[in-house]
Design a protein around this ligand. Structure first.
Ligand SMILES: [Fe+2]
Length: 296
């Protein structure tokens, strides 16, 4: 724990996590790290901006060489490793799995998650856990960045790193390939109680790997706020995932994104779930209350 935890928790005593995007801003990684490590006042301002709905794109967060290596290694890994699907109810291996568009008659998604009205996820996901050997050196490549983000989130630099599913909160890296012309995720919000901000790293960029679609957020009028024009390979969009977000299907090579965050394992009974926009609007207050409560 560190001093920043008091800023986050103090805010949450009287407020809910945000649902709507305000501004999309950029900051160089070197400057962000310097602020987080050395400047309490500026860090506090950044935290409160994010709680007001700002999305911060950390520029040049990991090197383009490291991104290329990750994608090359995943290509080889997916060729040599069959698809499989595991739940985090126990210590599981790293794995990869495709999620397909659900059939309207199904009430379960490919991975067994409860599907709600208007919530669809189509893509090819690779999951990595800290208890496995870091064979592709993926945790290693984001270590400095993720450690800085943990501190910014008011966490201890090593918090959750040694956790196992039975400890209920675990670190997970999910790398998603939103395949061209089909990959997408519709507007939804996720719980972000422990690591307050999602750490994503863009492994592709608009204008080179794809020309249409990509990530968006919703503002308070439910208009889409597009962020891809500000994002290059190796940049790290940071956002509170209770803010409505989604990914529109792309063209050409599709879109690749790494997501590093601390999530509830499937050992948690009655896990707090993600909500589609339609589902959220049935009872916003109930969802916001559940996102503020720490159910662990
Ligand atoms: Fe999400």
């Amino acid at each position: 724990m560190n001093d920043y935890e008091k800023i986050w928790e103090g805010y949450l005593e009287d407020n809910y996590f945000p649902s709507w995007a305000r501004l999309v801003k950029t900051i160089e990684y070197s400057e962000f790290k310097n602020i987080v490590l050395n400047d309490y006042g500026k860090t506090k301002d950044l935290i409160l901006d994010m709680l007001a709905g700002d999305i911060i794109i950390i520029k040049n967060a990991i090197s383009k060489n490291d991104v290329k290596k990750i994608k090359d290694d995943l290509y080889e890994y997916s060729k040599s490793t069959p698809e499989s699907d595991y739940k985090t109810t126990e210590v599981i291996p790293n794995f990869h799995v495709k999620s397909k568009r659900r059939d309207a008659s199904e009430d379960k998604g490919t991975r067994g998650y409860k599907i709600q009205d208007g919530y669809d996820e189509v893509g090819h996901s690779y999951y990595f856990y800290r208890w496995n050997k870091d064979e592709l050196k993926i945790f290693n490549k984001v270590k400095d960045l993720w450690d800085t983000v943990k501190i910014f989130n008011g966490l201890d630099i090593n918090q959750y790193k040694n956790n196992l599913p039975k400890d209920k909160i675990i670190d997970q890296i999910q790398i998603i390939h939103y395949t061209a012309n089909e990959g997408e995720i519709t507007s939804h919000c996720d719980m972000s109680r422990w690591q307050k901000t999602n750490l994503t790293v863009s492994l592709t960029e608009k204008g080179k790997d794809f020309h249409i679609g990509g990530q968006y957020f919703l503002d308070e009028n439910e208009n889409r706020v597009y962020s891809e024009d500000l994002v290059k390979v190796g940049d790290a969009p940071l956002f509170i995932s209770t803010i409505f977000h989604g990914v529109e299907s792309t063209d050409y090579k599709g879109r690749w994104q790494l997501l590093a965050t601390s999530i509830q394992s499937q050992c948690v009974k009655d896990r707090t779930i993600s909500h589609s926009l339609i589902n959220f609007k049935k009872n916003p207050k109930k969802v916001l209350e559940s996102y503020r409560r720490n159910n662990i």
